[in-house]
Design a binder for this molecule. Sequence first.
Ligand SMILES: NC(=O)c1ccc[n+]([C@@H]2O[C@H](COP(=O)([O-])OP(=O)(O)OC[C@H]3O[C@@H](n4cnc5c(N)ncnc54)[C@H](O)[C@@H]3O)[C@@H](O)[C@H]2O)c1
Length: 401
Amino acid sequence: MKIAIIGQGYVGLTIAVFACKDHRVIGFDKNAETVLRLNKGISHIEGVESRDLKMAIASGNYLATTEAADISDAEIVLIAVPTPLTADRKPDLSFIDSACKTIGQALKRSALIINESTSFPGTLRDYIKPLVEKYSDNKFEHLYAISPERVDPGRTDWNQKNTPRLYAGLTQEASDQTRKFYSTFCDSLIEVSSPEVAEAAKLFENTFRQVNIALVNEFAEISHALGISVHETLDAANTKPYGFMKFNPSAGVGGHCIPVDPSYLAYAAAAKGIPATFIERANEVNLEMPKYVVARVLADNGGSLQGKKVQVIGVSYKPNVADVRETPAELVIEELKRVGADVNWHDDVVGRWRGESSATLGGAEVAIVVTLHDLVDKKAVLASAQYVFDTTGKISGARGL
Ligand SMILES: NC(=O)c1ccc[n+]([C@@H]2O[C@H](COP(=O)([O-])OP(=O)(O)OC[C@H]3O[C@@H](n4cnc5c(N)ncnc54)[C@H](O)[C@@H]3O)[C@@H](O)[C@H]2O)c1
C-alpha cells in the first residue's frame, strides 16, 4: 500500500521505518532541512538508525518530501504532528489543523486517515474529520481512525512490533482497515469501542505517570525532611510483590508527553465542569522540583551560590536521548542564574542547545546532575567538582534527593 505520514519526527519517522518493510512510505514534513537529511539517510532521532533509513531508501520504499502533491494518491495517511500547549497551558491544535489542510487539499482519492498524535477525546470525530472535509470541499469520503502512539524514544526492549497498540475507527470499516494496516508490523492490536476511548486511554496512561512522578517527588522532599533515604525507602517498598509500582524522584518531568498530555485531559474535564485537581497539583509539584533542587544545593553551600561556578550535567529530559523539550534542566539553570550562580552545562548527547555548546566536564565548584546518560562516567562526574548533587540517585558518594 502507499502510506503517507504527516510529520517525520519521533513518532512519524519511527513508524515510517517499520511500515516501509511492507509498504511504500512517503514521509511528509514541513521542515525542509529535516527532509533533506532524511533523504540522505541521516536519522535525526534516537531509536531510528541511519543504517535502517538508508536501507529503506535503497529499497525504493521510503521518500521524505515537503511537497504535498506527493501524498495525493496515498491509500492511508497517518497524522504524527506535535500537539503542544499554548502559553496558558491549553491544547494547541494548530499543527493538527495544518496537517488536515495538507491532507484535505492534497489527497486526490478516498483514503483511510489515522491520527497518531495525542489529543483529547473527540479530536478525531469533532476536529480532524470536519477539518479534512472542509479543506477538501467534501470531494472524497474518507475513513477515519485513531491509534495513539506509545513509542518511548531511546527504548529498545519495547518497539513498534511488540508494543500492543490500541485502535478504533469512526466506522467498523475504518477499524477493520486500521487493524489490517498495523498488523503488517505490529504483533498485538486491541480494538476499543470508540475513538474517544482510545484517545482517553492514551491521556490516562501519561497522566498516571505524571501523577506518580509528582507523588514520588513530593515523597523525596518528605523523606529528606524526615532524615531518611528516599531511594532506600522506595527499594524497601518495592519488595512488595503486588499493588506497588516504583517511580524514581527527579528534577522534574520533560519531553513532549508527560508534562503536556495530562493538561489535555484537564482541558477535556474542564469543558465538562470537572476540576482535574490531581493533574493540576502534579503539574505544580513537578514544576517546583527544579527550585527544590537548587534550594537543597544552596542549603549545603552556606545559603549562597553568588558568583560560584556551577555545572549542570545532563540537560536532555531523560537518559540517552538528545530531546530537550520541556527539560527540567532549563528551569534548574534559570533558578541557578536567579540566585547569582555562574552556570554552564555539560551534555555530549545533546551537544548544542540554546545557542551554546556542551562545556567540558568539570572546572566548576558545584555540579548538579539532572540527567545521566549511559555514556557518562559516574566516577568522572563525582570527581568533576568539590560538591556534586545528583538528582538521579545513581551516583554513590554524591549528595542527592
Ligand atoms: N515523542 C514521543 O515519545 C511521543 C510518544 C507518543 C506520542 N507522541 C505524540 O505524537 C505526536 C508527535 O510527536 P513527536 O514527538 O513525533 O513530534 P516531533 O516534534 O518529534 O515531530 C513532529 C514533526 O512534525 C513536523 N510537522 C509539524 N507540523 C507539520 C505539518 N503541518 N505538516 C507536516 N509536518 C509537520 C515537524 O517539522 C516535525 O518534524 C504528538 O502528538 C505527541 O504527543 C509522542
